[in-house]
Write a protein that binds this ligand. Sequence first.
Ligand SMILES: Nc1ncnc2c1ncn2[C@@H]1O[C@H](COP(=O)(O)OP(=O)(O)O)[C@@H](O)[C@H]1O
Ligand SMILES: [Mg+2]
Length: 218
Amino acid sequence: MRIKVNDLSFSYGQKTILNHLSFSINTGDFLTITGKNGSGKSTFIKCLLKLHKIPNGMIYMDDVDINEIKKYHNIGYVPQKAEFNYEFPITVKEILSTAYQQRTYDQFYKSIVSSLNLNKFYNENINNLSGGQLQRLFIARALLIKPRLLILDEPTVGIDQENVNNLYQILKQLKNEKITIILITHDQEFAKDLYDHLLHLDEDTNYTFTTIGDDKNV
Ligand SMILES: Nc1ncnc2c1ncn2[C@@H]1O[C@H](COP(=O)(O)OP(=O)(O)O)[C@@H](O)[C@H]1O
Ligand SMILES: [Mg+2]
């Protein structure tokens, strides 16, 4: 999926968070977004997902103004862990099976469940999961919809090294499959070799957008 951001500004009341942000990425590109806490990373994602209303003509997906899109398909979104608040009785299995359109536990389904090490608590109530386990559940759920765009907001926070490595392998595979990926991370080393673009947001609303490898072409 191609994404074009065209002079996007966004404020909460009087407080400007994003100021004249413009950049674009192509299908299969891997965009990493960095910046200190409060610099507007999650706000940008919420604009992209239409969780915040923005004026017409500021964000395009495959050349379509997102304000024209009624319902998103094939966008996998893993919110920042702090934003999870699921305190109702539902099991891992129930969450995953409802996310999966095919409704049969085929090889693809099983491979996602096991690559994120979810087998052990597959029948557990989600209230009993640790933060890191919940995070992995939400990553699995996003992958099961076979996204064309996958957005991960600080996915490595609270996950042990083994599962961070598993996530890296999954992202590498998705990149090979030309899935467009947007990763927000504080972990400067995580998946560094996969980046195509780096968007850095400042607290003072300045930003830099760098395409990796551009310098090699000069
Ligand atoms: N719903 C909201 N209403 C008002 N201010 C908000 C809201 N959400 C975030 N903010 C503020 O906007 C700024 C950017 O937040 P956020 O996008 O979450 O930053 P980041 O994800 O980079 O840490 C912060 O100062 C935050 O306090
Ligand atoms: Mg955030």
